[in-house]
Each structure stands twice: as C-alpha cells, then as structure tokens.
Design a protein around this ligand. Structure first.
Ligand SMILES: C[S@@+](CC[C@H](N)C(=O)[O-])C[C@H]1O[C@@H](n2cnc3c(N)ncnc32)[C@H](O)[C@@H]1O
Length: 233
C-alpha cells in the first residue's frame, strides 16, 4: 500500500504536468502556437486592403476535387462555392485548431475535410490518386514548403490533365534595395515566420515546373511583391 501511495504521489504531478509541459509531452513549439494565434489579427489589414478580394477572385468558381495546401487558420474556407469538395491539409495543430473553430463559426458552403498533415506526408500519396484533382490551391504557402521543386512535382502528378493550380504568393523582388534586403533577411525571417522565405522566385519556378499561366498578375507593395495566378497543368 505505501508503495502504491508513493507511486501515485510521484506519478500524479507528472501526469498533470504532461498536459502543460512541452518538455514532458512534446507539443508544438510555443512559437508555432503564437504564430497561429497572431496570424489572423496580424494579417487583417493586408487582407482587407489587398488580399481578400484576390482570394475571392481566385476561388469563387472552383468546383470539383480540390486540394488546399497549408490551409492555416482557414481564411479561404468561406470563399469556396458549394460545388467544391476540398481536402485541406495543414501540418500545424495550432493552425488546425483555429481552422476547425472557423468552420463552426463562419458560414461555409463547400464540403471541407481537414487533415493534419504536411504536403510531404506519405498518407497523402495514399489518399490522392494520380491525375485525380481538378484544382490545387496554394495561398501564402509556397514560400514555406521546405522543397518547392518537390512540391510542384507532386502537384503535376496529382492534377488531372487541364487541372489548375491557383496561387497567391509573395515573391522575391526584382527592385533594389528590396531584393537585397529580402535575401539578407530571409535566414532570420525563416525562424520568425515558421520557415517562410522572402527570397523565393515562385512565379518563375512555377513556370519552370511546367505550369502554364492562364491568368497572372503582380502587385508591388513598397516592400514586397505579390503574385497571383491561375496556372494549368
Ligand atoms: C503563411 S500560412 C498561410 C495560411 C493560409 N494558406 C492563408 O492563405 O492564410 C502558411 C501555412 O502553410 C503551412 N505549411 C508549412 N509547411 C507546409 C507543408 N510542407 N505542407 C503543408 N502546409 C505547410 C503552415 O503550417 C502554415 O499554416
């Protein structure tokens, strides 16, 4: 009996702490949780001024089988039409928690399934048959995927012939001193913004990977250029 009491005495605090202490039961980093919490409030002004209307343009007519990569807090979910069947993949549990709440709180008419996984997870290869997708949606995510060339070859494999990649991304500037600053600042920024690269020429890499722009446009804010495009396989 005293042995059991001693075991309970020792074990109980460990059990309690394990729910709170990342050293005992590793959870997502404090920083990843902070990033998820801050994401919508920090982006609010930029969304209102520039991004939201572009998201609406890109996503309003999407129908059929859709993969949304890195869906974050679910900003795009209310913008899909009822004809869209969306598989939304997102590796961050903290982002995912917020996306789930958004699904309950805002009107969403599309059929959306959330999966906690990164683009590179083997389970996605099992779930997504080659040439089975009508659309792949990437908004502010191709700056962050660890290997963009690998990601684009997956997209080529998963999209049906004529399928479309919808992208809205920030890209490396061609103007100076922005280009130089983005290059210099990226190693630090990657740590601050969960792997985001300020210096990716995503527009060029998309075309080099064989995607043909049906429509594309640029927007140069003072410090960072944005690219959005409808690209066909
Ligand atoms: C800047 S947020 C953008 C979120 C959302 N797409 C938007 O437009 O607001 C980038 C998201 O990509 C996710 N991400 C990062 N690497 C990823 C990967 N390899 N596969 C899928 N998602 C990834 C991050 O967890 C994060 O939620």
């Amino acid at each position: 009996m005293p042995g059991r009491r001693l075991a309970a005495f020792l074990f109980a605090p460990i059990l309690v702490l394990s729910f709170y202490n990342p050293f005992i039961m590793p959870r997502e980093s404090f920083y990843a949780r902070l990033f998820a919490k801050a994401y919508d409030p920090v982006m609010e002004r930029l969304e209102e001024r520039l991004l939201l209307s572009r998201r609406q343009e890109l996503l309003g007519n999407v129908a059929g089988k859709v993969l949304e990569v890195g869906s974050g807090t679910g900003v795009n979910f209310p913008l899909y039409a009822p004809e869209a069947q969306v598989l939304a993949v997102e590796p961050s549990a903290a982002m995912m928690g917020r996306a789930r709440r958004k699904l309950e709180e805002v009107p969403v008419v599309a059929d959306i399934e959330l999966v906690q996984a990164s683009l590179e997870a083997p389970e996605l290869e099992q779930r997504i048959a080659p040439e089975s997708l009508d659309y792949i949606v990437c908004t502010l995510v191709l700056c962050t995927v660890p290997d963009l060339t690998d990601a684009l070859s997956r997209f080529q494999r998963w999209l049906r012939p004529g399928g479309r990649l919808l992208a809205m991304e920030h890209i490396h500037d061609s103007r100076q001193p922005q280009k130089w600053l983005q290059q210099k600042f990226t190693p630090l920024w990657k740590h601050m913004a969960e792997g985001c690269h300020l210096n990716r020429p995503t527009d060029r890499l998309l075309k080099e990977a064989g995607f043909r722009p049906v429509r594309e446009d640029y927007l140069h804010t003072k410090w960072i250029p944005f690219y959005w495009a409808v690209l066909e396989k």
